[in-house]
Write a protein that binds this ligand. Sequence first.
Ligand code: HPA
Ligand code: ZN
Length: 347
Amino acid sequence: LTITPFIANLPKVELHIHIEGTLTPALRWELAHRNAIPLPYPTFEDLQASYAVTLNHRPELNGRQPGIPTFLEAYFAGCEVLRTEADFYDLAMAYFHRCVDLKVRYTEPFFDIQAHTRRGVPAQAVLNGYLRAQQDAIALGVHSRWIFCFLRDEPVSAGLDAYRTARPWATVEGGKGLFHAVGLASNAYERPPMLFEEGFRLARADGLHVTMHCDFGQKDTQAHVAEAIYKVCGGLGAERIDHGLDAEEELWAGLVERGIGLTLCPHAYHRRTATEVLFPKIRRLWERGVQMCFNSDDPTLMHDVWIDGNMQKVYSYCGFSRGEMVQFVRNAVDMSWAEEDVKKAIY
Ligand code: HPA
Ligand code: ZN
Protein backbone atom coordinates (compact mmCIF):
# COMPACT_ATOMS: atom_id res chain seq x y z
CA LEU A 1 0.00 0.00 0.00
CA THR A 2 1.58 3.24 -1.15
CA ILE A 3 0.64 6.41 0.68
CA THR A 4 0.07 9.17 -1.86
CA PRO A 5 1.40 12.69 -1.10
CA PHE A 6 -2.19 13.96 -0.86
CA ILE A 7 -2.98 11.57 2.02
CA ALA A 8 0.43 11.98 3.64
CA ASN A 9 0.09 15.78 3.72
CA LEU A 10 -3.51 15.91 4.93
CA PRO A 11 -3.75 17.24 8.51
CA LYS A 12 -5.39 14.51 10.59
CA VAL A 13 -7.46 13.84 13.68
CA GLU A 14 -7.45 10.41 15.28
CA LEU A 15 -10.31 9.23 17.49
CA HIS A 16 -9.74 5.48 17.72
CA ILE A 17 -6.29 4.35 18.76
CA HIS A 18 -5.28 2.28 21.77
CA ILE A 19 -2.04 3.69 23.20
CA GLU A 20 -0.95 0.19 24.21
CA GLY A 21 -1.55 -0.83 20.60
CA THR A 22 1.15 1.62 19.46
CA LEU A 23 3.96 -0.16 21.33
CA THR A 24 6.55 -0.93 18.66
CA PRO A 25 8.70 -4.08 18.77
CA ALA A 26 11.71 -1.76 19.17
CA LEU A 27 10.37 0.00 22.26
CA ARG A 28 9.10 -3.30 23.68
CA TRP A 29 12.59 -4.73 23.30
CA GLU A 30 14.15 -1.66 24.93
CA LEU A 31 11.72 -1.67 27.88
CA ALA A 32 12.12 -5.41 28.41
CA HIS A 33 15.85 -4.83 28.85
CA ARG A 34 15.39 -1.69 30.95
CA ASN A 35 13.10 -3.56 33.34
CA ALA A 36 14.86 -6.95 33.13
CA ILE A 37 11.71 -8.67 31.88
CA PRO A 38 12.33 -11.85 29.88
CA LEU A 39 10.62 -11.99 26.47
CA PRO A 40 9.73 -15.31 24.84
CA TYR A 41 11.88 -14.30 21.84
CA PRO A 42 15.64 -14.88 21.86
CA THR A 43 16.47 -12.09 19.40
CA PHE A 44 14.97 -8.79 18.31
CA GLU A 45 14.41 -10.28 14.84
CA ASP A 46 12.32 -13.09 16.38
CA LEU A 47 10.26 -10.55 18.30
CA GLN A 48 9.75 -8.49 15.16
CA ALA A 49 8.75 -11.57 13.16
CA SER A 50 6.01 -12.33 15.70
CA TYR A 51 4.24 -9.12 14.60
CA ALA A 52 4.04 -10.17 10.98
CA VAL A 53 1.26 -12.72 11.51
CA THR A 54 -2.41 -11.79 11.42
CA LEU A 55 -3.76 -12.02 14.92
CA ASN A 56 -7.45 -12.54 14.67
CA HIS A 57 -9.67 -11.49 17.51
CA ARG A 58 -11.43 -14.75 18.39
CA PRO A 59 -13.90 -13.88 21.15
CA GLU A 60 -15.56 -17.27 21.07
CA LEU A 61 -12.31 -18.70 22.39
CA ASN A 62 -12.40 -16.14 25.16
CA GLY A 63 -8.81 -15.23 24.47
CA ARG A 64 -7.49 -18.77 24.75
CA GLN A 65 -6.59 -20.32 21.46
CA PRO A 66 -4.05 -23.11 21.53
CA GLY A 67 -1.07 -22.32 19.34
CA ILE A 68 -1.35 -18.88 17.77
CA PRO A 69 -1.98 -16.09 20.23
CA THR A 70 -5.22 -14.26 19.62
CA PHE A 71 -5.14 -10.58 18.95
CA LEU A 72 -5.95 -9.57 22.50
CA GLU A 73 -3.48 -12.02 24.00
CA ALA A 74 -0.76 -10.42 21.91
CA TYR A 75 -1.94 -6.97 22.96
CA PHE A 76 -1.87 -7.74 26.67
CA ALA A 77 1.40 -9.68 26.35
CA GLY A 78 2.97 -6.53 24.92
CA CYS A 79 1.84 -4.59 28.00
CA GLU A 80 4.06 -6.74 30.26
CA VAL A 81 7.14 -4.57 29.67
CA LEU A 82 5.38 -1.39 30.84
CA ARG A 83 6.19 -0.91 34.51
CA THR A 84 7.25 2.59 35.52
CA GLU A 85 6.03 6.11 34.89
CA ALA A 86 8.96 6.58 32.50
CA ASP A 87 7.79 3.57 30.45
CA PHE A 88 4.30 4.97 30.01
CA TYR A 89 5.75 8.39 29.20
CA ASP A 90 8.08 6.89 26.60
CA LEU A 91 5.25 4.87 25.03
CA ALA A 92 3.04 7.94 24.69
CA MET A 93 5.85 10.22 23.49
CA ALA A 94 6.83 7.68 20.83
CA TYR A 95 3.21 7.82 19.63
CA PHE A 96 3.14 11.63 19.70
CA HIS A 97 6.35 11.80 17.67
CA ARG A 98 4.68 9.44 15.19
CA CYS A 99 1.71 11.85 15.14
CA VAL A 100 4.07 14.62 14.00
CA ASP A 101 5.22 12.48 11.05
CA LEU A 102 1.62 11.50 10.25
CA LYS A 103 0.37 15.11 10.57
CA VAL A 104 -2.04 14.10 13.34
CA ARG A 105 -2.81 17.41 15.04
CA TYR A 106 -5.30 16.18 17.61
CA THR A 107 -5.92 12.72 19.02
CA GLU A 108 -8.09 11.00 21.63
CA PRO A 109 -6.13 7.88 22.61
CA PHE A 110 -7.73 5.07 24.61
CA PHE A 111 -5.88 3.73 27.62
CA ASP A 112 -6.51 0.51 29.53
CA ILE A 113 -5.42 1.27 33.06
CA GLN A 114 -6.69 -2.09 34.35
CA ALA A 115 -4.31 -3.88 32.00
CA HIS A 116 -1.55 -2.44 34.19
CA THR A 117 -3.00 -2.21 37.69
CA ARG A 118 -4.05 -5.88 37.58
CA ARG A 119 -0.34 -6.69 37.06
CA GLY A 120 0.56 -4.68 40.14
CA VAL A 121 1.61 -1.46 38.40
CA PRO A 122 0.55 1.59 40.44
CA ALA A 123 -2.23 3.60 38.75
CA GLN A 124 -0.22 6.78 39.40
CA ALA A 125 2.67 5.51 37.25
CA VAL A 126 0.33 5.00 34.29
CA LEU A 127 -1.63 8.21 34.71
CA ASN A 128 1.32 10.50 35.46
CA GLY A 129 3.35 9.05 32.59
CA TYR A 130 0.53 9.70 30.13
CA LEU A 131 -0.22 13.12 31.64
CA ARG A 132 3.38 14.31 31.30
CA ALA A 133 3.43 13.11 27.68
CA GLN A 134 0.12 14.86 26.97
CA GLN A 135 1.64 18.11 28.24
CA ASP A 136 4.99 17.70 26.44
CA ALA A 137 3.28 16.84 23.14
CA ILE A 138 1.77 20.30 22.90
CA ALA A 139 5.25 21.66 22.08
CA LEU A 140 5.28 19.20 19.15
CA GLY A 141 1.97 20.61 17.93
CA VAL A 142 -0.04 17.56 18.99
CA HIS A 143 -3.00 18.11 21.28
CA SER A 144 -4.83 15.26 22.99
CA ARG A 145 -7.59 14.37 25.40
CA TRP A 146 -7.63 10.74 26.40
CA ILE A 147 -10.32 8.08 26.91
CA PHE A 148 -10.38 5.82 29.95
CA CYS A 149 -11.53 2.33 28.93
CA PHE A 150 -13.30 -0.17 31.10
CA LEU A 151 -11.99 -3.67 30.39
CA ARG A 152 -15.35 -5.24 29.65
CA ASP A 153 -14.19 -8.80 30.29
CA GLU A 154 -13.19 -7.90 33.83
CA PRO A 155 -15.79 -7.61 36.62
CA VAL A 156 -17.80 -4.39 36.47
CA SER A 157 -16.79 -3.58 40.05
CA ALA A 158 -13.10 -3.67 39.06
CA GLY A 159 -13.84 -1.14 36.31
CA LEU A 160 -15.70 1.14 38.69
CA ASP A 161 -12.82 0.99 41.19
CA ALA A 162 -10.35 1.83 38.42
CA TYR A 163 -12.51 4.77 37.34
CA ARG A 164 -12.67 6.15 40.88
CA THR A 165 -8.88 5.84 41.17
CA ALA A 166 -8.32 7.60 37.84
CA ARG A 167 -10.94 10.31 38.37
CA PRO A 168 -8.49 12.98 39.70
CA TRP A 169 -6.76 12.79 36.29
CA ALA A 170 -10.02 13.52 34.42
CA THR A 171 -11.41 16.82 33.15
CA VAL A 172 -13.42 17.23 36.34
CA GLU A 173 -13.43 20.19 38.70
CA GLY A 174 -9.91 20.32 40.14
CA GLY A 175 -8.84 17.39 37.93
CA LYS A 176 -5.62 17.18 35.92
CA GLY A 177 -7.30 17.03 32.49
CA LEU A 178 -5.76 13.87 31.07
CA PHE A 179 -9.00 12.21 29.98
CA HIS A 180 -12.43 13.55 29.11
CA ALA A 181 -14.34 10.39 28.23
CA VAL A 182 -14.86 6.74 29.02
CA GLY A 183 -14.99 3.82 26.61
CA LEU A 184 -15.41 0.07 26.62
CA ALA A 185 -12.64 -2.19 25.32
CA SER A 186 -11.25 -5.74 25.35
CA ASN A 187 -13.21 -8.93 24.75
CA ALA A 188 -16.89 -8.23 23.98
CA TYR A 189 -17.90 -11.87 24.12
CA GLU A 190 -21.12 -11.97 26.18
CA ARG A 191 -20.24 -8.58 27.67
CA PRO A 192 -22.88 -6.16 26.32
CA PRO A 193 -22.59 -2.41 26.92
CA MET A 194 -25.48 -2.27 29.41
CA LEU A 195 -23.42 -4.25 31.93
CA PHE A 196 -21.35 -1.07 32.36
CA GLU A 197 -24.30 1.30 32.69
CA GLU A 198 -23.24 2.32 36.19
CA GLY A 199 -19.80 3.29 34.88
CA PHE A 200 -21.33 5.38 32.09
CA ARG A 201 -23.63 7.03 34.59
CA LEU A 202 -20.71 7.93 36.87
CA ALA A 203 -18.77 9.35 33.94
CA ARG A 204 -21.70 11.41 32.70
CA ALA A 205 -22.34 12.76 36.18
CA ASP A 206 -18.70 13.91 36.09
CA GLY A 207 -19.34 15.69 32.78
CA LEU A 208 -17.32 13.20 30.73
CA HIS A 209 -18.20 11.82 27.30
CA VAL A 210 -19.14 8.23 26.57
CA THR A 211 -18.16 5.96 23.70
CA MET A 212 -17.95 2.18 23.37
CA HIS A 213 -16.57 -0.54 21.18
CA CYS A 214 -19.08 -2.58 19.20
CA ASP A 215 -16.53 -4.73 17.41
CA PHE A 216 -16.79 -5.74 13.79
CA GLY A 217 -17.84 -9.29 13.05
CA GLN A 218 -18.23 -10.47 16.65
CA LYS A 219 -21.03 -12.41 18.28
CA ASP A 220 -24.03 -10.20 19.21
CA THR A 221 -22.66 -7.06 17.58
CA GLN A 222 -26.17 -6.06 16.42
CA ALA A 223 -27.52 -6.25 19.93
CA HIS A 224 -24.53 -4.32 21.26
CA VAL A 225 -25.00 -1.56 18.69
CA ALA A 226 -28.72 -1.37 19.51
CA GLU A 227 -27.89 -0.98 23.22
CA ALA A 228 -25.27 1.67 22.42
CA ILE A 229 -27.78 3.68 20.36
CA TYR A 230 -30.91 3.36 22.45
CA LYS A 231 -30.27 2.00 25.94
CA VAL A 232 -27.04 3.14 27.56
CA CYS A 233 -26.77 6.37 29.54
CA GLY A 234 -30.35 6.11 30.71
CA GLY A 235 -31.63 5.79 27.13
CA LEU A 236 -29.69 8.77 25.76
CA GLY A 237 -27.28 6.47 23.97
CA ALA A 238 -23.53 6.66 23.46
CA GLU A 239 -22.06 9.78 21.83
CA ARG A 240 -19.92 7.72 19.44
CA ILE A 241 -19.50 4.05 18.61
CA ASP A 242 -16.07 2.55 18.02
CA HIS A 243 -16.35 0.31 14.93
CA GLY A 244 -20.09 -0.51 14.70
CA LEU A 245 -19.60 -1.08 10.99
CA ASP A 246 -21.76 -4.16 10.73
CA ALA A 247 -24.78 -2.51 12.28
CA GLU A 248 -27.60 -3.76 10.09
CA GLU A 249 -29.65 -1.49 7.95
CA GLU A 250 -32.47 -1.12 10.50
CA LEU A 251 -30.00 0.50 12.91
CA TRP A 252 -28.65 3.07 10.44
CA ALA A 253 -31.55 5.45 10.98
CA GLY A 254 -30.89 5.39 14.71
CA LEU A 255 -27.24 6.32 14.17
CA VAL A 256 -28.24 9.20 11.90
CA GLU A 257 -31.11 10.47 14.07
CA ARG A 258 -29.09 10.41 17.23
CA GLY A 259 -26.00 11.83 15.52
CA ILE A 260 -23.83 8.94 16.64
CA GLY A 261 -20.68 8.76 14.52
CA LEU A 262 -18.62 5.64 13.94
CA THR A 263 -14.85 5.64 14.48
CA LEU A 264 -13.90 3.13 11.80
CA CYS A 265 -10.58 1.31 11.40
CA PRO A 266 -10.68 0.03 7.80
CA HIS A 267 -7.44 -1.95 7.90
CA ALA A 268 -8.57 -3.90 10.97
CA TYR A 269 -11.59 -5.15 8.99
CA HIS A 270 -9.68 -5.53 5.75
CA ARG A 271 -7.48 -8.17 7.44
CA ARG A 272 -10.47 -10.51 7.37
CA THR A 273 -12.92 -9.03 4.85
CA ALA A 274 -12.71 -9.00 1.06
CA THR A 275 -12.05 -5.62 -0.55
CA GLU A 276 -15.22 -5.82 -2.67
CA VAL A 277 -17.35 -6.45 0.41
CA LEU A 278 -15.79 -4.05 2.88
CA PHE A 279 -15.33 -0.81 0.99
CA PRO A 280 -18.74 -0.69 -0.71
CA LYS A 281 -20.22 -1.24 2.75
CA ILE A 282 -18.36 1.78 4.13
CA ARG A 283 -19.48 3.80 1.14
CA ARG A 284 -23.12 2.75 1.59
CA LEU A 285 -23.16 3.85 5.21
CA TRP A 286 -21.64 7.17 4.22
CA GLU A 287 -24.26 7.67 1.51
CA ARG A 288 -26.98 7.01 4.09
CA GLY A 289 -25.66 9.89 6.17
CA VAL A 290 -23.93 8.01 8.97
CA GLN A 291 -21.09 10.14 10.33
CA MET A 292 -17.72 8.45 10.31
CA CYS A 293 -14.00 8.98 10.47
CA PHE A 294 -10.98 6.75 9.79
CA ASN A 295 -8.49 5.59 12.36
CA SER A 296 -5.82 3.00 13.09
CA ASP A 297 -6.94 1.03 16.22
CA ASP A 298 -3.74 -0.90 17.17
CA PRO A 299 -1.26 -0.03 14.41
CA THR A 300 1.78 -1.98 15.59
CA LEU A 301 -0.32 -5.15 15.97
CA MET A 302 -1.96 -4.58 12.58
CA HIS A 303 0.99 -4.78 10.20
CA ASP A 304 2.19 -1.30 11.09
CA VAL A 305 -0.67 0.34 9.23
CA TRP A 306 -1.26 3.76 10.81
CA ILE A 307 -3.96 6.38 10.20
CA ASP A 308 -2.40 7.39 6.87
CA GLY A 309 -2.66 3.79 5.61
CA ASN A 310 -6.25 3.58 6.81
CA MET A 311 -7.17 6.81 5.04
CA GLN A 312 -5.32 5.68 1.93
CA LYS A 313 -7.37 2.48 1.84
CA VAL A 314 -10.72 4.25 1.82
CA TYR A 315 -9.40 6.84 -0.63
CA SER A 316 -8.24 4.11 -3.00
CA TYR A 317 -10.98 1.51 -2.53
CA CYS A 318 -14.15 3.52 -1.81
CA GLY A 319 -13.51 5.93 -4.65
CA PHE A 320 -13.85 9.00 -2.47
CA SER A 321 -12.72 12.30 -3.98
CA ARG A 322 -10.07 14.54 -2.47
CA GLY A 323 -12.83 16.87 -1.32
CA GLU A 324 -14.57 13.99 0.42
CA MET A 325 -11.33 12.98 2.15
CA VAL A 326 -10.93 16.52 3.46
CA GLN A 327 -14.54 16.34 4.63
CA PHE A 328 -13.75 13.15 6.58
CA VAL A 329 -11.09 15.03 8.52
CA ARG A 330 -13.65 17.76 9.25
CA ASN A 331 -16.07 15.02 10.37
CA ALA A 332 -13.42 13.77 12.77
CA VAL A 333 -13.09 17.29 14.16
CA ASP A 334 -16.87 17.47 14.58
CA MET A 335 -17.01 14.01 16.16
CA SER A 336 -14.17 14.89 18.52
CA TRP A 337 -14.65 16.36 21.96
CA ALA A 338 -11.81 18.81 21.57
CA GLU A 339 -12.16 22.19 23.17
CA GLU A 340 -13.44 24.90 20.85
CA ASP A 341 -10.09 26.69 20.47
CA VAL A 342 -8.37 23.43 19.50
CA LYS A 343 -11.20 22.61 17.06
CA LYS A 344 -10.87 26.04 15.44
CA ALA A 345 -7.11 25.67 15.13
CA ILE A 346 -7.47 22.34 13.31
CA TYR A 347 -10.34 23.34 11.06
N1 HPA B 1 -10.96 -4.73 20.33
C1 HPA B 1 -11.34 -4.57 21.59
N2 HPA B 1 -10.58 -4.06 22.52
C2 HPA B 1 -9.35 -3.67 22.18
C3 HPA B 1 -8.90 -3.80 20.90
C4 HPA B 1 -9.74 -4.36 19.93
O1 HPA B 1 -9.39 -4.48 18.74
N3 HPA B 1 -7.63 -3.32 20.88
C5 HPA B 1 -7.35 -2.91 22.12
N4 HPA B 1 -8.39 -3.11 22.91
ZN1 ZN C 1 -10.35 -0.36 19.21
